[in-house]
Design a protein. Structure first.
Lengths: 398, 64
């Protein structure tokens, strides 16, 4: 590979436009879909911006996700690799360890199980819309709609009392804030785990109909492991769909024709959700993996021990896979995007997230056909400083 | 066309069921793939191909 432009020093985060990944990433992709990048600790690893290359790496178990093997692509999380793994936090495990945890959970997140939740998700959505109407405009759509819907759903599924949300929403926000100190992160993890361990111990004695009770009754995992699983699912359930709903509504309000299609054509909703997932790619940093042995990807040799960091945003707009990918077009075939990942770590909760979005977007747009921003678009605070992209607040009128 | 599914590789993501529910299902037990119709009619071939492509774990394959 020839290096036409200087090697990137760490992963770019600064965006030129709200909904587009940093231009630097697209420039790098057009130049070479895999190229050298210097990591925060000086490690000479790789940046991957091509669709095919990203997909190949995510599907290849010779790339590890274990924290102690990963170099940080951004300065903020440099100390992470020396942190001990929380038992049960299977996102940071490779097969076959990972497989054991995942298998205990997949039965709970099947397409059929998630479809059975539809009436309850509709009920929750309608009650949030009723509350918005009652309280009147203006409202912060994040606080009154985007966050409470997925939060209530994941709490009910796991068996975590929603009344305790102030605590775990705060801890969860600390964990995904790139500006949090290691000390604050350790404290938030400790706090959340103590809370979850207490809950699991209680559910072992008095089981209820939920995932934590099921895991406690199953007897295959220790209380500590179930706490780690709960931590992962609680964070994942809070920080993802909530940001898709917030940022997705913002994107639709900015593209009135696309918004009209989602509002008026029930048949368009399914694909519109996939397109919003592709276009917004809210996992805007990484994932990062480390090669366990020498692996060739798209003609490039990645040596054992080298880290690779993907840009899902750049891959999801790779012109080789999605023509005109920089535009939001809810009618384009958007399947195959990498927003839920690929390979054995592909999002466990993706079918839940899909159903939540398929219900929430059209319900919101139909209830408030005149929904609009209450502030100029440039004043909407963006989550550039968080591990998951989105909006901090979305002030709206109707 | 004959569909083969490797339940040992399957991670229960559900992409096949989402793509083609008349051909694929998931076990109630552990969410792994259940093939309802291993030799579906030829007009389903494009959708079967898509399900194979979307499978994140490479658990599905098709013999012509």
């Amino acid at each position: 590979m020839t290096e036409a432009t200087p090697r990137l020093a760490t992963f770019p985060l600064a965006r030129e436009r709200t909904f587009d990944p940093p231009d630097e990433l697209a420039r790098r992709r057009d130049e070479a879909p895999i190229q050298r990048m210097t990591y925060a600790d000086g490690h000479e690893g790789w940046l991957v911006t091509g669709y095919a290359e990203s997909r190949a790496i995510l599907a290849d178990n010779r790339f590890s996700t274990r924290t102690e093997l990963l170099h940080s692509p951004i300065p903020q999380r440099g100390e992470f690799r020396s942190e001990p793994l929380t038992p049960g936090f299977f996102l940071r495990m490779d097969p076959p360890e990972h497989t054991r945890y995942r298998r205990l959970l997949t039965g709970q997140f099947t397409v059929r199980r998630m479809k059975q939740l539809e009436p309850r998700i509709q009920e929750i959505t309608e009650s949030r819309l009723d509350a918005m109407e009652r309280e009147g405009a203006p409202a912060d759509l994040v606080e009154s709609f985007a966050l409470p819907i997925p939060s209530l759903v994941i709490c009910e599924l796991l068996g975590v009392p929603y009344e305790d949300r102030e605590k775990f929403q705060r801890d969860s926000a600390v964990l995904v804030n790139l500006e949090s100190s290691m000390e604050d992160i350790r404290a938030a993890i400790k706090d959340l785990l103590a809370y979850l361990h207490g809950l699991v111990t209680m559910k072992a004695k008095e089981p209820t109909d939920d995932i934590l009770s099921g895991l406690a009754a199953g007897g295959e995992l220790t209380t500590e492991e179930i706490g780690g699983v709960g931590l992962l699912l609680l964070i994942a359930g809070h920080e993802t769909t909530a940001n898709m709903l917030g940022l997705g509504t913002f994107a639709l309000l900015t593209n009135p024709e696309q918004l009209a299609a989602v509002r008026d054509d029930p048949a368009a909703v399914e694909n519109a959700v996939e397109e919003l997932l592709r276009y917004l790619s809210i996992v805007h940093i990484g994932p990062t993996r480390t090669a366990l042995e020498d692996v060739e990807v798209g003609g490039t040799l990645i040596r054992a021990g080298e880290s690779v960091t993907l840009s899902i945003g750049a891959a999801n707009r790779d012109p080789e896979r999605f023509e005109g990918g920089d535009a939001l077009d809810v009618t384009r075939p958007a399947h195959g995007h990498l927003s839920f990942g690929h390979g054995v770590h592909q999002c466990l909760g993706q079918q839940l997230a899909r159903i939540e979005m398929r219900i929430a977007f059209p319900a919101l747009l139909r209830r408030f056909p005149n929904l609009r921003l209450a502030v100029p678009a440039r004043e909407v605070p963006l989550r550039s400083n968080m591990a998951i992209y989105g909006v901090h607040r979305l002030p709206v009128l109707w | 066309m004959k569909i083969k599914a490797d339940t040992g590789r399957c991670i229960g993501a559900g992409m096949c069921v989402l793509t083609l529910p008349q051909v694929f299902d998931q076990s109630e037990d552990d969410g792994t793939v259940v093939v309802l119709d291993a030799e579906p009619p030829a007009d389903l071939a494009p959708a079967v191909k898509r399900a194979v492509q979307l499978c994140p774990s490479g658990a599905l394959s098709v013999e012509e």
